[in-house]
Ligand binder design. Structure first.
Ligand code: HEM
Length: 479
């Protein structure tokens, strides 16, 4: 018997032993708790393996079918175990409303500690109470319609230059390109152009390293992705501290996110500002890029709606020509009714944030079930968006479903309640502006279309390989 065979056998015996011990402890604890507990029961559902639970099903296989199967088997409130934590998944509009809105004070935000370290402990996502309310006010002040209507031309400039950079390329990774676009829009909404001009490449490099380490194993020793990401994070903090310092020297407060953070009567610390700048880039970029990638795919696959969007955008172009205007205005974007419905339907179908996590701060009773203190709650946006009780024929792409008023709490692409998305108006604006230029100036086809209906996960649900496409200018093909 070779040395490696012996090692394998010993390892097998060891891991089997550990599993048996863990299972025994788990069953004993379950029996003990079961016999002691009176009153409401835990929700139905399988918790999966001891400790590991159903983590693999959620992260490594197809989470969409896992989430759907769970709901079909156990109903809209069911239990599971993810990353070592007991969780309750909820997939009814009423339960999601309770967790996110009406009883939000009983459910605090919940993230693994490594994510908090990486994004910054003072970032908005991890907060509750007064500090959260203050941050939210400052963000909404920078992203409210009255402010971002003044940024339409900046967004348009970024969209046009993004699309021009795609021209003449035989293979465009839609998701990667949309990430660059959303990143540039996010930075524009926070800083003045001259503040980032000199350090732009450094910011991109550091953010790229941060992104690579975000989902890595959280071991902070030299050489690991996590360590490199933490180093890149410190570098970003340093860059943003420099910008804050130089801004303190100018008198006028610009109408952007940094301006809002710095013009706070209680004034945020440099650390709080850096954490929230990094946090907003994080929240703004991949979400918007995923929706834009899906809309390119859905419009490609649904020529009738593509033609309707083109017609609407051509009408706007005609009006601009007649009014002797060359740049889009906020009012133009408000006329994009069909395009907005296509975006709504894309957000419903793709549900790029399929679920979120909260943690019960005390025992909560819901529909006769007990949700014990410390358990995670997972409102499943995707399941709500794909439930035939909420949307007829839910797997069909049909923007016309948004012509009528929806049932309450059935459509939550930007979340609900106190932690709902403060950047939703900016996100809608940047998506509409990009679609205006994409649909009026270009045609696109799928490159590598053989697999175009396959999906990739991790952490966002995306078309396979980020949707490779080719584009051609309408002007070139018309000549
Ligand atoms: C289509 C694009 C976007 C989608 C689908 C989206 C979706 C969401 C959702 C569902 C939440 C709530 C998460 C939860 O309850 O746990 C959220 C929160 C948040 N989003 Fe967005 N978002 C988008 C774009 C943006 C943009 C462009 C920004 C900023 C410019 C932004 C900033 C934030 C922030 C800061 C939060 C945390 C709010 C809090 O904790 O109070 N998002 N987003």
């Amino acid at each position: 018997m070779t040395r490696s065979t012996i090692t394998k056998m010993l390892w097998f015996l060891f891991s089997t032993g550990i599993n048996i011990i863990l299972s025994a402890c788990y069953n004993l604890t379950k029996r003990f708790i079961g016999s002691e507990r009176h009153g409401p029961e835990l929700p139905p559902g399988n918790m999966g393996w001891p400790y590991i639970g159903e983590t693999y099903q959620l992260y490594s296989t197809n989470p969409m079918s896992f989430l759907a199967k769970k709901q079909n088997k156990y109903g809209p409130v069911c239990k599971t175990r993810i990353l070592g934590c007991p969780c309750v998944m909820v997939s009814s509009p009423a339960a999601a409303k309770l967790v996110l809105l009406t009883k939000a004070h009983m459910f605090k935000p919940s993230f693994p500690i490594s994510k908090e370290r990486m994004l910054g402990r003072s970032a908005i996502f991890f907060q509750q109470g007064d500090y959260h309310a203050r941050l939210k006010k400052l963000m909404l002040r920078a992203f409210m319609p009255a402010v971002i209507r003044g940024k339409v031309s900046n967004v348009e400039e970024i969209a046009m230059s993004a699309l021009q950079s795609w021209e003449g390329r035989s293979h465009i990774n839609t998701y990667e390109e949309m990430k660059i676009y959303a990143f540039n829009v996010a930075l524009m909404s926070m800083f003045r152009e001259e503040e980032t001009a000199v350090c732009m490449e450094e910011i991109k490099k550091c953010y790229h390293l941060l992104e690579k380490g975000y989902n890595s194993f959280p071991i902070d020793v030299p050489g690991t992705l996590f360590h490199k990401a933490m180093k890149a994070r410190r570098c970003l903090e340093h860059i943003f501290a420099g910008i804050v310092l130089s801004r303190r020297e100018i008198k006028a407060v610009p109408c952007d996110l940094l301006g809002s953070f710095m013009d706070d009567e209680y004034s945020l610390t440099d650390q709080q500002i850096a954490d929230n700048i990094i946090g907003v880039i994080f929240a703004a970029r991949d979400t918007t890029a995923s929706v834009l990638t899906w809309v390119v795919k859905y419009l490609h696959d649904n020529p009738v709606f593509l033609q309707a969007v083109i017609a609407e955008q051509e009408d706007i172009k005609r009006e601009m020509r007649e009014g002797d205007r060359s740049v889009l205005t906020w009012e133009d974007t408000k006329k994009m009714t069909m395009t907005s419905r296509v975006l709504q339907e894309t957000m419903r179908m793709a549900s790029v944030l399929s679920y979120t996590f909260r943690e019960a701060v005390e025992d909560v009773e819901y529909e006769g079930y007990l949700i014990p203190k410390g358990w995670k709650m997972m409102p499943l946006f995707r399941n709500i968006h794909h439930d035939p009780q909420n949307f007829t024929d839910p797997e069909r792409f049909d923007p016309s479903r948004f012509e009528v008023v929806l049932k309450p709490n059935t459509f939550m692409p930007f979340g609900n309640g106190i932690h709902s998305c403060p950047g939703n108006e900016l996100a809608k604006l940047e998506m509409l502006v990009l679609l205006h230029h994409l649909t009026t100036k270009y045609r696109w086809s799928l490159a590598g279309s053989r697999k175009s209906n396959e999906i990739q996960f991790g952490p966002f649900v995306l078309p396979i390989n980020g949707l490779p496409i080719r584009i051609s200018s309408k002007e070139d093909t018309n000549n």
